[in-house]
Write a protein that binds this ligand. Structure first.
Ligand code: PEP
Ligand code: MG
Length: 897
């Protein structure tokens, strides 16, 4: 079995295809070498050696010989010898896993410097300062990585050997009155090395080894062991990287960017990773080693004159300082990008006027840049449409569509608490505790964040006036989450760490108490909550031509339709601008909370007999008709699925004493009577009581009124030469009888309205499939229904027996302890809830192969769930307006992948 893979002098044992064996770094070093790009020679010890080492705790006996042979190859190319007193070769020892794990594993540089080789290197380089600078770096890295970490020593925060050694150096700097490491003389660095070695013996009880082979094998062992280091393990857990992959080790001839003024080092991207612009972008430092650029101790200079800006504005570019080398680097970066067909993140070093490439890998980029690069590379003809579609992660579109917190500013802010990320984007505002205050403060020109234990439909006006919403309870499909997402508003829910006192107007979390008017910042994409204000990055979608082009591309490739969940003409219009092809769910209850309407609704609820109920409900008819008119018109000629009243009636009644007496007065009944009715209607979570079609069955007049409103609006639009297409949807059905009962009322009303108006129109009657029983008897229901729409919110809560409004209380424990892999209300549980969806589709289509089937639960906007719905054969997904572009991209990716 081959364990050691050589690269150098234009030839390599491996290629870019060998990532599993050589890790990303090793495979790309091999590829660049094969490609004739100047790469310092070296070799890679494969990931298999690492996994084997982890199993048996030792190296195979031939490895030493193989490493020795490869080292000799390097020596030949470099004309230097490892450990030679006159002409010493130094090497770097670096990790490199299959997938990049930035900063999680270890590196040791300058291996091979000993008391014997130091004089030789000073002689050859003519620079004592450079040699002792390299030596003190080796001592620091080796002590930290090999003697401390790899031995499993876990010092207290701030007391690690690296910190101690840095402390000694800082002390020396302040004694000499200098700011930068580069101002320390060779003599001082030499003295520092002596102090460092003494400190290592003192703290760790071990000598820094003065033998090149001991250093080399110490480094190799430490890198392999760092695969199972704490940081690396938790990073893999978060990123879902398998633990059995192992890391490779790359040993490579050192080249130095810190040997004098014709030396330099830098990192660069073949395109700008923040904007996506097709310009070579990067930073460099003269007379420095790579870690100086990354560590941020010295402010690097811009690479060229195309990208100037920020701190580096007046600093010399590489383009001006070393024009020939810059031209060579520029040519190489172009070749690399063309070869890999994607933006590359590269590292280089210039040693005595000679350029060496140390690394290339696919560069990370933000959402803005991902979209622009995908579109421009497609236009340049370097990638095809499918590749362009796959280049953007659907979640990255959130960054483009919502103002986000400035990352740098966020990093510097102190975390107050964490909740569930219910509405993406960022927002800062002053805290208010009631919806009414939110509205008043907003009217006075203030930016507010509404903080509630949970929200109810009565808070909607205040939610609308707020920049963002924070709740202590509730999950990803709670009221606050649904409403906020519908508006594209930032929202964090289920934040169990906060305590709210509406009476005292305080919010406390983890020992901090904030008052009304204090500033708060939410990151709705991560769930993080911060005290104070954080800068935002604004959005400009309209002039983002790359976004528009990407969206057009998604439409050319996807087969699944994308609709929206919207309850108002404004939301419908917004969603249409985002590309929605219809409404998949219009929740009619959201229309009843307006001041004027809620009273009629409440009259209807407290009515003691059918006649009074009818009288009250007919007051709602003109309002409903107007709503449906607006929505059908905004979507014409696309279909609009209108769901009949769904929530239990108690949700429409007030809960607070003061509001109850006020309402009793308005309704002309006693407070006692009203309280009795409220009590009677009260339901506990998970709200499976008197709701859904059960309401329409108990009170057919509700269904009649809603059907009349829908059809009258439709007839009116027909007469105005529009093309309305309503799909009336019956919620929470568990039996065919329920469905046919409601269908008859709806069909009869359609006939009545057709006669009354003398207008013909088309419509469909279908049902939500949102209870397990409905999935089980979907074949029977399909005999009667013209369409199905899966309500995966209710289907998830009834399959798990979790209440969607209370899950915030225990979800964090479930996720921490890995009892659940993810929030099932956010991403569909494919094996459980998903198998019910599959059953529903198969049974439904077994009777009616053309049955139109969609999904309108919150999962309709989740990329992973969309992949699943695509596989399951759904005709469309429906999601909140601001998720429509994400759904379009996800649907296209499902098709092409
Ligand atoms: C559902 O249950 O998935 C659904 C869309 O309806 P709601 O969230 O209004 O219950
Ligand atoms: Mg439902």
């Amino acid at each position: 079995m081959k364990r050691v893979y050589f690269f150098g002098n234009g030839k390599a044992d491996g290629t870019a295809k060998d990532k599993n064996l050589l890790g990303g770094k090793g495979a790309n070093l091999a590829e660049m070498t094969n490609f004739g790009i100047p790469v310092p020679p070296g070799f890679t010890i494969s990931t298999k050696v690492c996994t084997n080492f982890m199993d048996v705790g030792e190296f195979p006996h031939n490895l030493k010989i193989e490493v020795q042979n490869a080292l000799e190859e390097i020596e030949k190319i470099m004309g230097q010898i490892f450990g030679d007193p006159e002409n010493p070769l130094l090497v770097s020892v670096r990790s490199g896993a299959r997938q990049s794990m930035p900063g999680m594993m270890e590196t040791v540089l300058n291996v091979g410097l000993t008391s014997e080789t130091i004089p030789g290197l000073i002689e050859k380089s003519g620079d004592e300062r450079f040699v002792y600078d390299a030596y003190r770096r080796l001592i620091t890295m080796y002590a930290d990585v090999v003697i401390e970490k790899s031995a499993g020593i876990e010092p207290k925060e701030g007391e690690g050997i690296r910190e101690k050694l840095n402390g000694i150096m800082n002390k020396m700097k302040s004694q000499q009155g200098v700011d930068n490491d580069s101002e320390l003389s060779g003599e001082s660095l030499k003295e520092l090395c002596v102090l460092f070695k003494a400190e290592i013996v003192n703290t760790l009880g071990e000598e820094f080894p003065d033998d090149p082979d001991t250093q080399l094998w110490g480094g190799i062992t430490a890198v392999f062991k760092s695969w199972n280091g704490k940081r690396a393990v938790s990073y893999r857990n978060i990123e879902n990287i398998p633990h059995h992959w192992g890391t490779a080790v790359n040993i490579q001839a050192m080249v130095f960017g810190n040997m004098g003024d014709n030396c330099a080092t830098g990192v660069a991207f073949t395109r700008n990773p923040a904007t996506g612009e097709n310009v070579f972008f990067g930073e460099w430092l003269p007379n420095a080693q790579g870690e100086d650029v990354v560590a941020g101790l010295r402010t690097p200079n811009p690479l060229n004159n195309l990208n100037e800006g920020g701190d580096a504005q007046n600093m010399p570019s590489l383009e001006d300082s070393m024009p020939t080398i810059y031209a060579e680097l520029d040519a190489i970066q172009k070749r690399l990008e063309t070869h890999y067909n994607d933006m590359q993140d590269i590292e280089f070093t210039i040693q005595n006027g000679r350029l060496w490439m140390l690394q290339t890998r696919t560069g990370k980029r933000n959402g803005q840049a991902a979209v622009r690069m995908a579109v421009e590379m497609l236009e340049e003809g370097t990638i095809d449409e499918k590749t362009a579609l796959m280049r953007v992660k659907p979640e990255q579109l959130d960054e483009i569509m919502h103002p986000m917190l400035d990352e740098q500013a966020e990093k510097k802010s102190e975390l107050l608490a964490k909740g569930l990320p219910a509405g993406p984007g960022g927002a800062s505002g002053q805290i208010v505790f009631t919806a009414d205050e939110a509205e008043v403060w907003h009217k006075n020109g203030k930016r507010v964040i509404l903080v509630r234990n949970e929200t109810s439909p009565e808070d909607v006006h205040g939610m609308f006036a707020s920049e963002a919403i924070l709740t202590a309870h509730g999950g990803m499909t709670s009221h606050a989450a649904l409403v906020a997402r519908g508006w594209g508003k930032c929202c964090v829910v289920g934040c169990a760490d906060i305590r709210i006192s509406v009476v005292d107007k305080t919010l406390s979390a983890n020992g901090t108490t904030l008052m009304e008017g204090d500033w708060l910042t939410l990151n709705g994409s991560s769930g993080n909550i911060y005290k104070g204000k954080i800068r935002l990055k604004p959005v400009d979608l309209e002039s983002n031509i790359y976004f528009q082009k990407l969206m057009q591309l998604t439409d050319r490739h996807r087969k699944m339709g994308v609709r929206t969940n919207a309850d108002s003409p404004a939301d419908a219009k917004q969603a249409r601008e985002f590309g929605a092809e219809g409404i998949g769910l219009c929740r009619t209850e959201h229309m009843f909370f307006d001041q004027e309407r809620i009273l009629a609704m409440r009259e209807m609820i407290v009515a003691g007999n059918e006649e009074d109920r009818r009288k009250a409900i007919m007051k709602l008819l003109p309002h409903q008709r107007e709503d449906f008119y607006g929505i059908l018109k905004a979507m014409s000629p696309h279909p609009v699925t209108i769901r009949l009243l769904d929530p239990p009636l108690h949700e429409f009644l007030p809960q607070e004493e003061e509001q109850i007496s006020k309402l009793a007065e308005e309704l002309n009944i006693t407070t006692k009577e009203l309280k009795a009715r409220i009590e009677n209607l009260h339901e506990l979570n998970p709200m499976l009581g008197h709701r859904g079609c059960r309401l329409g069955i108990s009170y057919p007049e509700i269904t009649e009124m809603q059907a009349r409103a829908i059809f009258e609006a439709t007839a009116q639009l027909k007469n105005e030469n529009q093309s309305p297409f309503p799909e009336v949807m019956v919620p929470l059905v568990v039996s065919v009888e329920e469905f046919t009962n409601q269908k008859k009322i709806i069909n009869d009303m359609a006939e009545t309205v057709k006669k009354e108006t003398g207008t013909q129109f088309e419509y469909l009657v279908g049902t939500m499939i949102e209870l397990p029983r409905a999935c089980a008897i979907a074949d029977q229901i399909a005999e009667e229904a013209q369409f199905f729409s899966f309500g995966t919110n209710d289907l998830t809560q009834t399959t798990y027996g979790f209440s969607r409004d209370d899950i915030g209380g225990f979800l964090p424990d479930y996720l921490d302890q890995k009892i659940l892999p993810a929030d099932p209300f956010q991403s569909i549980d494919q094996e459980g809830v998903g198998s019910l969806v599959k059953m529903g589709v198969e049974k439904g289509r077994s009777v009616n192969s053309k049955l139109k089937i969609g999904i309108c639960g919150e999962h309709g906007g989740d990329p992973d769930s969309i992949q699943f719905f695509h596989k399951t054969g759904l005709d469309y997904v429906s999601c909140s307006p601001f998720r429509v572009p994400i759904a379009r991209l996800s649907a296209a990716q499902a098709e092409v992948s």
